[in-house]
Design a protein around this ligand. Structure first.
Ligand SMILES: NC(=O)c1ccc[n+]([C@@H]2O[C@H](COP(=O)([O-])OP(=O)(O)OC[C@H]3O[C@@H](n4cnc5c(N)ncnc54)[C@H](O)[C@@H]3O)[C@@H](O)[C@H]2O)c1
Length: 330
């Protein structure tokens, strides 16, 4: 009896928040996993447990540079800084990653005969005029502003994936990912869940932009990773929203975090950033119908494990999990 083929899977951006959880899941599922990362926002610590696994390999490289040939069956293309703080540090680098990265990854997939999945984003809908956003909504995006390097970069990456599928028969998948949170988010990257949790744990004021009435949806990382794996395993070659349709105001989230951490923090209001969407909520009917996927982790449960992670990473300086890039807290 011959043993079944062991899949080899490349995860670009594998040392990041989502990528490292995806590597964990793929290894658990029995795949050989290659993580390719330039460590712009990722951390070697995120691969600490995987490094000992003989089925895991790390390649330090930039997806915007020509990529080596790799014998892989599947590619999850996640490489790209996800938080505005990081993608706005160098908008040109962000565009290079999105445009040249997508091109290089598609060419590698063609050489390897691999299926290739793009981690796209709800930002392709911009500041949406339709709620919730279905996949056939074209969006309301500003091409000439500080978020454009990311939003338009991802839109162009989707266009590249589409073009390669049409012209060259590439076997593509596109996940439009909505706000996802969980352990291994960076404490200093300006995303609302990690910001609130870190501020609450340190008893600092929680920074709320605007009056806090803007809404967001929050998907727990394990649910999101499951959606990515199901999408890859499907034959759906058009964009699919993945996110949690539960809609919470930023002020509600702040109240939950303060209560769950037992913090004494108050709220500090700052002006809204440019082009900040007022509402954001996925329509996940397509994922439910075609992938049989629906998020299972309620916000309170996901927040509890996120808080536990940050409690150790932020408050316990002796912890092995303490990320090296943690901001020195004044
Ligand atoms: N987390 C979310 O809520 C969310 C929402 C929508 C879309 N996404 C998308 O999912 C992907 C992963 O997001 P994340 O939250 O894990 O972000 P992250 O910043 O934690 O991870 C991104 C990873 O990509 C690496 N990277 C960046 N540029 C690179 C390059 N040029 N070459 C090689 N590696 C590079 C970084 O070092 C990092 O390890 C991104 O493409 C992001 O746009 C995430």
């Amino acid at each position: 009896m011959h043993s079944p083929h062991q899949k080899t899977v490349l995860v670009t951006g594998g040392a990041g928040f989502l990528g490292s959880h995806l590597c964990d899941r793929l290894l658990r599922d029995g795949a050989k996993v290659i993580s390719l990362d330039n460590f712009q926002t990722g951390s070697r610590l995120n691969h600490r447990q995987q490094a000992a696994n003989p089925d895991f390999r790390l390649i330090e490289a930039d997806v915007a540079d020509p990529l080596p040939d790799l014998e892989v069956d599947e590619i999850y293309h996640l490489a790209c800084p996800a938080s505005p703080v990081h993608y706005q540090e160098s908008p040109i680098a962000t565009l290079r990653t999105n445009l040249l990265g997508a091109m290089n990854v598609l060419e590698l997939a063609a050489r390897a005969g691999a299926t290739v999945l793009l981690a796209s984003t709800s930002e392709v809908y911009g500041d949406p005029l339709v709620h919730p956003q279905p996949e056939d909504y074209f969006g309301n995006v500003n091409p000439f502003g500080e978020r454009a390097c990311y939003d338009e970069g991802k839109r162009a990456a989707e266009a590249l994936f589409y073009a390669h599928a049409e012209e060259k028969g590439a076997d593509i998948r596109i996940a439009r990912i909505f706000n996802t949170y969980g352990p291994r988010m960076q404490p200093d990257d300006g995303r609302v869940v990690s910001n609130f949790v870190v501020e609450a744990l340190l008893d600092r004021p929680l920074t709320v932009h605007g009056d806090g009435s803007q809404t967001r949806s929050f998907c727990y990382v394990d649910d999101l990773v499951d959606g990515l794996v199901r999408l890859m395993a499907s034959d759906v070659r058009t964009p699919v929203n993945l996110g949690n349709p539960g809609e919470f105001s930023v002020a509600e989230l702040a109240d939950m975090v303060v209560a769950m951490t037992g913090s004494h923090s108050a709220l500090a209001h700052l002006p809204l950033p440019a082009d900040d969407p007022r509402r954001r909520r996925p329509d996940i009917a397509k994922a439910e119908r075609l992938l049989g996927w629906t998020p299972a982790v309620p916000l309170a449960a996901g927040l509890a494990s996120t808080i536990a992670y940050f409690r150790e990473a932020v408050l316990d300086p002796a912890s092995d999990d303490r990320p090296s890039h943690l901001l020195p807290m004044e």
